[in-house]
Design a binder for this molecule. Structure first.
Ligand code: NAD
Length: 356
């Protein structure tokens, strides 16, 4: 089994180092090879996704990714900015299905921004389509407005689009995931206003006919945003497009206490995938040794389960994370009175010990 390890920028290097320690402590046979990505790759090779890094990612069975980005690269042309590396990997590897579980651990109920009774026991899975929608649709650009009340003024435009096969494959992913859970899917759209999401709704409904054992509910995105803070436990699997998923999954992350707890997986049709924490490179805390490594460690567990066929090892990591939380260990983002404040390295090492 070969894992490409791409730590990236900012806290990426600190948190990935801890996840690698945890993987090594499992005693399984992995080959792990590290490469530069993002701003650090731009500094060394003049490109955020150098050919050598892309080749490694293409050859590996799975990719463990930290985070990319730093404000110091904001002046670069868009194709050279660190964030383009992650878009390039998604596109090149066909990573169309993004899994973002939002689980509220019992010990962290108090760290959520919602009342304990709303989030206690929360376990939802957001499945976001990752390679289509307005983020990739052409044409896009800036021009002089050709018509309308402001004809001649500078305007910018993007194109929202989805094809039937793109919607079909993500719908299948969602219904199959729901079968392993409580068999309920909420498809989030904006079919009342957007043609793209009327097609989305029609196709999801058609695919649903193949999964009669799974309950399907349709919900407009504005209502979904509201329900996520009103009654988050009413959801199980949420499936939605790229942009709505981007926004709703960050909203859901705050229900769980900290974005530093949330793993993610981005899979292609062969179940090969890229695994990364849901957060970014956090330049504000980079180098201070305080970043929470648990989202990355839990991403490594998802990698074992989805791409490397090592479900038992994944269970061991998840149990170890629960154990360190039960021991009261907390990085500053999840710290509360009566718990013990630890740094990135201490948290990683505690997880390694808890594996035993
Ligand atoms: P961010 O997720 O990096 O940080 C948001 C806030 O959460 C910050 O206050 C940060 O300190 C905190 N935070 C994030 N991860 C944490 C952790 N593990 N432990 C404790 N606290 C944590 O988002 P941002 O500040 O909007 O973006 C910073 C950079 O990251 C930008 O350049 C952005 O483009 C990039 N980014 C990259 C990815 C990715 O690599 N997939 C995703 C999102 C943002």
């Amino acid at each position: 089994m070969k894992i490409a390890v791409l730590p990236g920028d900012g806290i990426g290097t600190e948190i990935v180092a801890e996840a690698v320690k945890v993987l090594r402590a499992l005693g399984l046979k992995f080959e792990m090879e590290e490469a530069l990505v993002g701003g650090t790759a731009y500094d060394a090779h003049g490109h955020p996704l150098p050919q050598s890094t892309l080749k490694l990612a293409q050859q590996a069975d799975a990719i463990l990714f930290g985070a990319v980005g730093d404000w110091k690269y904001d002046q670069l042309d868009r194709p050279l900015r660190p964030e383009q590396a992650i878009l390039g990997l998604r596109k090149n590897l066909g990573l169309f299905a993004n899994f973002r579980p939002a689980i509220c651990y019992e010990q962290l109920v108090g760290a959520s921004s919602l009342k304990p009774e709303l989030v206690s026991g929360l376990d939802i899975l957001i499945i976001r389509e990752l390679t289509g929608d307005i983020y990739f649709g052409q044409p896009r650009g800036r021009r002089s407005a050709p018509d309308g009340a402001f004809a001649g003024a500078e305007e910018a435009f993007d194109t929202m689009r989805y094809t039937r096969p793109e919607i079909e494959r993500i719908a299948h992913v969602a219904f199959q995931a729901a079968r392993k859970r409580t068999k309920k899917v909420t498809s989030v759209d904006k079919a009342n206003v957007l043609e793209t999401f009327q097609l989305w709704k029609d196709v999801v409904t058609e695919v649903h006919a193949q999964y009669p054992d799974v309950e399907l509910q349709h919900m407009y995105v504005d209502n979904a945003a509201m329900q996520l803070v009103k009654a988050p436990k009413s959801f199980d699997v949420i499936v939605t497009g790229n942009m709505f998923g981007d926004i709703l999954s960050d909203e859901a992350s705050m229900l769980t206490g900290s974005i530093g707890m949330l793993p993610s997986a981005s899979l292609n049709s062969d179940n090969r995938g890229l695994y990364e924490p849901s957060h970014g490179s956090a330049p504000d805390i980079a180098g201070k040794g305080v970043a929470n490594p648990l989202a990355t460690i839990l991403s490594a567990a998802m990698m074992l389960r989805f791409s490397l066929n090592q479900a038992e090892a994944a269970d061991r990591i998840e149990a170890a994370v629960k154990k360190v939380l039960a021991q009261g260990l907390r990085t500053p983002d999840i710290y509360g009175e009566g718990t013990t404040r630890v740094g990135t390295r201490e948290m990683g090492e505690a997880v390694v010990r808890a594996l035993e």
